[in-house]
Design a protein around this ligand. Structure first.
Ligand SMILES: C[S@@+](CC[C@H](N)C(=O)[O-])C[C@H]1O[C@@H](n2cnc3c(N)ncnc32)[C@H](O)[C@@H]1O
Length: 274
C-alpha cells in the first residue's frame, strides 16, 4: 500500500491526532493486550504501522532496558514525529524506521509483533498478518488491536452533530479503508494467514458531559477524512463546518444529556507454533 493511498494522510494535524488518540483513549487497551499476550521484560518487539510511535513507546516501557523495540511505518513524516516523541521517554528508546511492512527485513526474529489500527487499511488483512508472522520467532506472539468501525457510533438520546459525525466516519471509512470491517473478522483473517484461532477481547469507549475527550477525537478524525468525503461528494464543507464540529458535538451532548459510545476496540493475539 502506498502512503498516497492511506486515507487519513500524515499532515501535522493528523499526526497530533494520533498522539492524542494514543494517550487519551487507546493506550490502556493496548497495554491490556500486550500484558495478556505475555509481553515481559527483556523481549524484542516489532510495531507495524507504528505511526507516531504510541505502541512502540508503551512496549519499550514494558520490556525495560534489557528488551528492545522497533517501530516501522511507510510514512517518513510519521516516523520523524515518532522519533521526536521518543525524545521525551525515560525508557530505552525504540528504533524507528521508514518501511512498508511488505518490504521490511530485520537481522533476527522478534518475540512479539503487534499492529494497531493497521489491518483495516490493507487490501488483504490475511496477507498482512502472514507478512507479520514471518518476523516472529517460533513460539512468539502475533497481536493486533483494531476498531470495530462496522458497529458504529451511538448516542442516547441522539442529536444532530453526533449523527453528522457518525455519517461522515461511516462514509469516509467505508470508502477509504479497504478492510473497514477487519476488527469483526479477526478470527477469519488470522486463520487465513495460517495461524490458529486467536484469543480475543473487546472494550468500548463511552462518555458524556462537558469534559468527554471523545468529541475532539472523533471530530479530528472527520477532519482528516474531509478530503475523501468532499471527493466522494457525499457531504459539503458547509454541512460539516469542520471548525465547529467538536464544539457542536460537546454542546449538543450537554444539552440533551447524551451518553455516547464509540465502536468497540477489538484485540486479538495468537502464539505461533514452537
Ligand atoms: C491509523 S495509523 C495508526 C498508527 C499507530 N499504529 C497507532 O495506533 O497510533 C495507521 C498507520 O499505518 C501505516 N501503514 C498502513 N499500511 C502500512 C503498510 N503496509 N506498511 C507500513 N505502514 C503502514 C500508516 O502510514 C499509518 O501511519
Amino acid at each position: 500500500m502506498s502512503t498516497k493511498g492511506y486515507v487519513l494522510g500524515s499532515s501535522p494535524r493528523e499526526l497530533q491526532r494520533l498522539i492524542l488518540q494514543d494517550r487519551m483513549i487507546l493506550r490502556p487497551i493496548t497495554e491490556r493486550l500486550l500484558r495478556q499476550a505475555g509481553l515481559k521484560e527483556g523481549m524484542r518487539v516489532l510495531d507495524l504501522g507504528c505511526g507516531t510511535g504510541g505502541v512502540s513507546l508503551l512496549a519499550a516501557e514494558l520490556v525495560g532496558p534489557s528488551g528492545s523495540v522497533v517501530g516501522i511505518d511507510q510514512s517518513a513524516d510519521a516516523i520523524a514525529m515518532a522519533k521526536e516523541c521518543a525524545c521525551e521517554t525515560r525508557f530505552r528508546k525504540p528504533a524507528f524506521c521508514v518501511s512498508s511492512v511488505e518490504a521490511f527485513s530485520s537481522a533476527g526474529p522478534f518475540d512479539l509483533v503487534i499492529g494497531r489500527y493497521v489491518l483495516m487499511y490493507q487490501p488483504s488483512p490475511a496477507a498482512f498478518i502472514r507478512a507479520a508472522s514471518r518476523h516472529v520467532r517460533p513460539g512468539g506472539v502475533v497481536a493486533f488491536h483494531e476498531i470495530s468501525l462496522h458497529r458504529g457510533y451511538h448516542s442516547l438520546p441522539s442529536y444532530p452533530a453526533w449523527e453528522l459525525m457518525a455519517k461522515c466516519l461511516n462514509l469516509g471509512f467505508s470508502v477509504g479503508a479497504p478492510s473497514w470491517d477487519a476488527a469483526g473478522r479477526l478470527v477469519e483473517h488470522f486463520q487465513n494467514a495460517g495461524l490458529a484461532c486467536p484469543d480475543l477481547f473487546a472494550e468500548m469507549p463511552v462518555g458524556g458531559g462537558e469534559d468527554a475527550q471523545l468529541y475532539g477525537w472523533l471530530a479530528g478524525t472527520v477532519r482528516s477524512l474531509m478530503p475523501k468525503l468532499l471527493e466522494q461528494g457525499s457531504v459539503t464543507e458547509d454541512e460539516v463546518s469542520i471548525d465547529t464540529l467538536e464544539e457542536r458535538m460537546r454542546s449538543g451532548a450537554v444539552e440533551v444529556q447524551a451518553q455516547v459510545d464509540v465502536a468497540p476496540q477489538v484485540c486479538a493475539w495468537v502464539r505461533t507454533l514452537p
